[in-house]
Design a protein around this ligand. Structure first.
Ligand SMILES: Nc1ncnc2c1ncn2[C@@H]1O[C@H](COP(=O)(O)OP(=O)(O)OP(=O)(O)O)[C@@H](O)[C@H]1O
Ligand SMILES: [Mg+2]
Length: 268
């Protein structure tokens, strides 16, 4: 019996940080991935990007993924969101197995239920901020007038309504990143995936972006999974999953990440 706790496998092992539940209500689980493997093969070189990765995320959680460059963070994010195929393992979002969905259904699922914030802004240069933000709605058939209203609402959430008519090259890096956040929330998705959303920003702007994301998590209850290199960013998440060489090696609570920040990040 003594060894029981250490033998727990996800989801239960990863849920302990709340300290309030021994057994998890399946309805609270949004993302459940089990035994993910992904190998890349290029020019005769095999890279094990994911090795038996299992992860469980509950509704309304904000989870950071950290680890050295090349350890598999982006690969994991792409696998969890269905952007990329995996070699083996299962990913369930709200109980639905992604691997079993056809490409069309997966695309629709992503458009409806997921928002993506990547470091490279991916904004279309010829479109204004409002046009960029309303694009996912237009593509999924929303009437232009309603799409515009919702785009302006989303821009308001990131404090950029007054720049709705500006094109990306007329905006600063932080403002562009806020436009991508507005675009990722315009559909009110249940899950937001972010790959180093603050990576290219100075610390003040990074803080502002984190305020916006944290606010969406708190107020709108969105589940957020975010790759970051910055312990300060991770310390604003509920918990942090650490990866190395394609594997999850450890998990830290918010308090543990705060301690890392207080110690100058040296313990990472
Ligand atoms: N399309 C690909 N073809 C071949 N190898 C790839 C491909 N994509 C990623 N890899 C390799 O898989 C490993 C994991 O890559 P990944 O992009 O997930 O790392 P990461 O943790 O996101 O790194 P970074 O912090 O630099 O963004 C790396 O060794 C990378 O070179
Ligand atoms: Mg990456």
């Amino acid at each position: 019996m003594v060894g029981f706790a250490t033998e727990l496998t996800p989801p239960f092992a990863t849920l302990g940080y709340h300290g309030r539940m021994a057994v998890t209500d399946p309805a609270e689980i949004v993302i459940q991935a089990d035994g993910l493997h992904k190998t890349y093969e290029t020019g005769g070189v095999r890279t094990h990007a994911l090795i038996d990765v299992s992860i469980t995320v509950r509704k309304g959680e904000m989870v950071a993924i950290m680890g050295p460059s090349g350890c598999g963070k982006t690969t994991l994010l792409n696998a969890l969101s269905g952007l990329d195929d995996i070699d083996s393992g299962t990913v369930r979002i709200n109980g639905t197995e992604l691997n079993r969905m056809g490409d069309d259904r997966k695309t629709e699922f992503r458009a409806k239920d997921m928002g993506f914030i990547f470091q490279t802004y991916n904004l279309l240069p010829v479109l204004t901020a409002a046009e960029n933000v309303e694009l996912p709605l237009i593509v999924s058939g929303t009437k232009p007038k309603i799409a515009r209203e919702r785009a302006l609402e989303a821009l308001d959430r990131v404090h950029l309504r007054d720049r709705a008519g500006s094109r990306p090259n007329q905006l600063s890096g932080g403002q562009r990143q806020r436009v991508t956040i507005a675009r990722s929330i315009v559909n009110k998705p249940a899950i937001m995936w972010a790959d180093e959303p603050t990576g290219a920003l100075d610390s003040r702007t990074a803080n502002e972006i984190m305020d916006v994301i944290q606010d969406l998590n708190k107020v709108a209850g969105q589940t957020v999974v975010m790759v970051t290199h910055d312990p300060k960013v991770a310390a604003r998440c509920h918990r942090t999953i650490h990866m190395a060489d394609g594997e999850i090696v450890k998990e830290s609570s918010r308090d543990e990440m705060k301690a890392v920040v207080a110690a100058g990040g040296a313990a990472l």
